[in-house]
Design a protein around this ligand. Structure first.
Ligand code: 26V
Length: 800
């Protein structure tokens, strides 16, 4: 069906008529998109079935990646590219008068994630399949992904996201593989044949129905599976108010990250977590048992990964299955559980550490709670033996404490591997945040520096650059991205650098058109495109970026000798709906944009753009067009960052703190090829531990800081009254928790250097080239190989 343009066209037209009952002339773009999607699914189905059969029969060890988020984005172009049929399809469609680009735009982003953690999971799936590794994703099929962001009057407004409105062409509903999940009720225990047996009575049952998506690897016959669970009413629940029950049940997979400030939201989130874990584990054990192997061997054939603590209930749930359903004893079950599970930590921020009040947990999941109590008792006993009398240490480390179930201790105690996501982050876990656990289980802790799939973030997002790389060093880098280092031979090669510069300009042109269309703002492609795109959070310090822009504005207005190299500051960021401070920063960015963009005295040199609804598909147009990548978190707070890697791979230079994976970027490119500034992680941690930072001192001694902070509250922005008082207070009354004012001067200096260096075009492009050449390390293929070899112990199946 894809072997020649002629054949493709014939199949396409036939399929279109058969599935939509319409002629080509009458068909809509959506029908054409759906048709193409179905054709691709059909085309991969043989390999998909074959892959599954192989996994069922050859006893190869499998890994299941449990994640509450998968931020996939669009799949059409990505699948075409991985299958190697993009050219045929594009030409065939062209001959029919259709642009592939237009069909691509029809597809809704699958936005089942908040940010870094969910996108990482999606990159990992691509690498697993592309390396022909037996690895599958398990997640939730939320009816609504991350909210759609509108900016109204400078404020963020959230709209429900509707990715399933027209169906999802890639998914296959597998109703026969549905699983029953019990909530509430009580547990009865009794003696039977000399052992204790537990029975869950009067539970409210929910049916988890899987929807499978094929995960198509690059140039391989391996087609893995992402299994997303949807909650539906069960036939096994009787005597309830049907409508209420239906609504409650369906609400479990209705929304990504429901607001959990109230008990109702907490219950819903806990139900989501248990549904994901219980449905996935039951289905994993079910398919393992079909292989007729002993359960005592389970961990030699199955590895289960817990992505952050959201799926940490895998620890007690696997224990429950092994003991209650399969009849193993505690010690046998515990040995299998520990050896099967591994866990990744993605943040050290204490406010993000998950804890569930017992008053909510115990009634909702009575049997699981009993098992956690037992895990806790045994663990505390072990601690008592090691640290007799050290109550406070044991209290701090316990899995249950102060009326709460603590998910991180649960994940640590039940896993054989615990990893951080960049060197610095892992060091902070070992030396500080999880030090007490590190002392007990030193062999469990390890680092796996994050990565990104170069197939989506370079090959697909930036075809111009990808082609230049292939033309220059051949195609081997595509399957082995670290080979991009061969590009270093083009250093100082002005013909090559000119091509590199032209590509950046073309990408900037494309982004400029998007900006014009979406915001009405005309930006100059000769200006420096300085970009910060990521979730809005105080620790990521978008505020530092805006305050610097305000300073530039003031300087342009007051100092006629100030020769600023023209800059376009571009932002994209969603704030959590209940996060007051973050929303104020969005309003501030838009307020500053309004002022700057409309002031003819500066707007030749300075522009500020806020792109609404930042998401994967928009990101694909942004990274290739950036000159400067803003990675300016308070050192020690950003576990890794992955946007930093996407920018680097697309030739942007980083301005950043030595935080997260910026540390590895610096090691790779050398300090001359990155713009570092600000406090180090150990300086920040020392200030936090011992005090000694007084933000008001910086306010008093630095006129520039005084000016910009006062402008937040003194009417400088018309009609804003006390709009920005909370920001002002955070900096001065609350002693600037994230060291914005402390790092301000150093940030201004480094930004000035950036402006100066950009003028020397070839030297700049050399730096850009070095960044691209060294970025292969950050391919998620490298990361996944490390997980596969060192944690999961899985090996590839056969490639094409
Ligand atoms: C979650 C929350 C939720 C409650 C309020 C505060 C808060 C702060 C941070 C988080 C982050 C949750 C986990 C997460 O998404 N971590 C991100 O994981 C990425 C992939 O490993 C990594 O690159 C980012 O640095 C890290 O922030």
């Amino acid at each position: 069906m894809f072997s020649s343009v002629t054949e493709f066209k014939a199949s396409f037209l036939k399929k279109l008529e058969m599935t939509h009952g319409t002629s080509f002339a009458e068909s809509t773009k959506r029908e054409q998109f759906q048709t193409l999607g179905l054709m691709i699914r059909e085309y991969v189905s043989t390999d998909w079935i074959k892959t599954n059969e192989q996994y069922r029969t050859n006893g190869q060890k499998q890994v299941y990646y449990l994640s509450i988020e998968f931020l996939l984005g669009r799949l059409l172009r990505h699948n075409l590219m991985n299958l190697g049929i993009e050219q045929v399809v594009s030409e065939g469609l062209n001959e029919l008068g259709i642009e592939l680009d237009d069909l691509e735009e029809i597809e809704a982003d699958a936005g089942l994630g908040n940010g870094g953690l969910g996108r990482l999971a999606a990159c990992f799936l691509d690498s697993l399949a592309s390396l022909s590794l037996p690895g599958h994703g398990c997640g939730i099929r939320y009816k609504h992904g991350l909210f759609e962001q509108k900016i109204v009057d400078g404020y963020q407004v959230e709209l429900p996201e509707q990715w399933l409105r027209h169906g999802h062409v890639w998914e296959v509903r597998k109703a026969d593989d549905a699983v029953e999940i019990p909530f509430w009720g009580s547990v009865e225990s009794y003696h039977e044949n000399g052992r204790f047996v537990f029975r869950h009575l009067n539970a409210e049952s929910v049916t988890a129905v899987p929807y499978d998506l094929p995960v198509i690897g690059y140039e391989t016959e391996t087609v893995n599976t992402l299994r997303l669970w949807s909650a539906e009413p069960s036939r096994f629940t009787a005597n309830v108010d049907i409508l209420k029950y239906k609504k409650e049940t369906e609400s479990i997979s209705e929304l990504l990250y429901p607001d959990d400030t109230h008990d109702e939201g907490k219950i819903l989130r806990l139900k989501q977590q248990y549904l994901l874990v219980a449905a996935s584990l039951q289905s994993i054990v079910r398919s393992y048992k079909k292989q007729k192997r002993s359960l005592l061997d389970f961990h030699n054939h199955v590895s289960i990964h817990i992505n952050d603590t959201h799926p940490a209930l895998a620890v007690p749930e696997l224990m429950r299955i092994l003991m209650d359903d399969e009849g193993l004893g505690w010690d046998e079950a515990w040995n299998i559980t520990e050896n099967t599970l591994s866990y990744t930590n993605h943040t050290t921020l204490s406010e993000a550490l998950e804890k569930w009040p017992i008053r909510i947990f115990q009634p909702l999941l009575p049997r699981i709670f009993m098992i956690i109590e037992e895990i806790n008792e045994r663990f505390c006993q072990k601690l008592w033996d090691k640290y007799p009398g050290d109550w406070s240490r044991i209290e701090n480390m316990a899995v249950i404490g102060h009326g709460e179930v603590r998910m991180a201790p649960l994940a640590i105690v039940g896993s054989h591997s615990i990893n951080g996501v960049a060197k610095l982050h892992t060091d902070i876990l070992k030396e500080r945040e999880m030090n007490s656990f590190y002392q007990v289980f030193p062999e469990r802790f390890n680092n796996k520096t994050n990565g990104i799939t170069h197939r989506r973030w370079l090959l697909k997002a930036n075809p111009r650059l990808a082609n230049l790389v292939t033309e220059s060093i051949g195609p081997a880098w595509i399957s082995n991205p670290e080979k991009m280092e061969a590009l270093l031979k083009f250093k100082h090669d002005s013909a090559f650098l000119e091509k590199l510069g032209d590509i950046k300009t073309a990408n900037k042109q494309k982004l400029a058109e998007i900006i014009l269309e979406k915001t009405g703002i005309a930006v100059d492609t000769a200006s420096i495109f300085d970009v910060q795109v990521k979730r809005l959070h105080a620790y990521k310090r978008q505020l530092l970026n805006v305050l610097h822009i305000m300073y530039l504005y003031n300087r342009l207005k007051s100092d006629s000798d100030f020769n600023l190299y023209p800059r376009t500051f571009i932002f994209g960021a969603k704030a959590s709906p209940g996060y007051y401070f973050a929303k104020k920063v969005i309003k501030l960015i838009n307020t500053v944009a309004e002022k700057v963009n409309n002031d003819p005295a500066v707007n030749e040199k300075l522009k500020v753009v806020f792109l609404e609804n930042y998401r994967v598909s928009l990101a694909e147009d942004i990274f290739p067009a950036a000159d400067i990548s803003e990675q300016i978190s308070t050192a020690s707070k950003e576990a890794s960052g992955t946007g930093n890697m996407k920018f680097m791979m697309n030739g942007a230079l980083t301005v950043g703190t030595l935080d997260g994976a910026n540390v590895e970027i610096t090691e790779l490119v050398g300090e001359e090829n990155i713009f570092l500034f600000g406090l180090s992680a150990s300086e920040v941690l020392d200030f936090q531990r011992n005090g000694g930072y007084y933000s008001r001192e910086y306010y008093h001694y630095d006129q520039r800081i005084r000016d910009v902070t006062e402008q937040l509250v003194n009417g400088f922005f018309p009609d804003t009254e006390d709009e920005f008082t909370a920001i002002y207070d955070s900096l001065l009354d609350h002693n600037d928790q994230y060291f914005v004012l402390r790092d301000f001067a150093s940030y201004v200096d480094i930004q000035e250097r950036i402006g100066d260096e950009y003028r020397a075009k070839d030297a700049w492009l050399d730096k850009s080239l070095i960044n691209i050449a060294k970025s292969g390390f950050f391919s998620s293929d490298r990361t996944i190989r490390e997980y596969a070899d060192e944690i999961w112990k899985i090996a590839p199946g056969h490639k094409k």
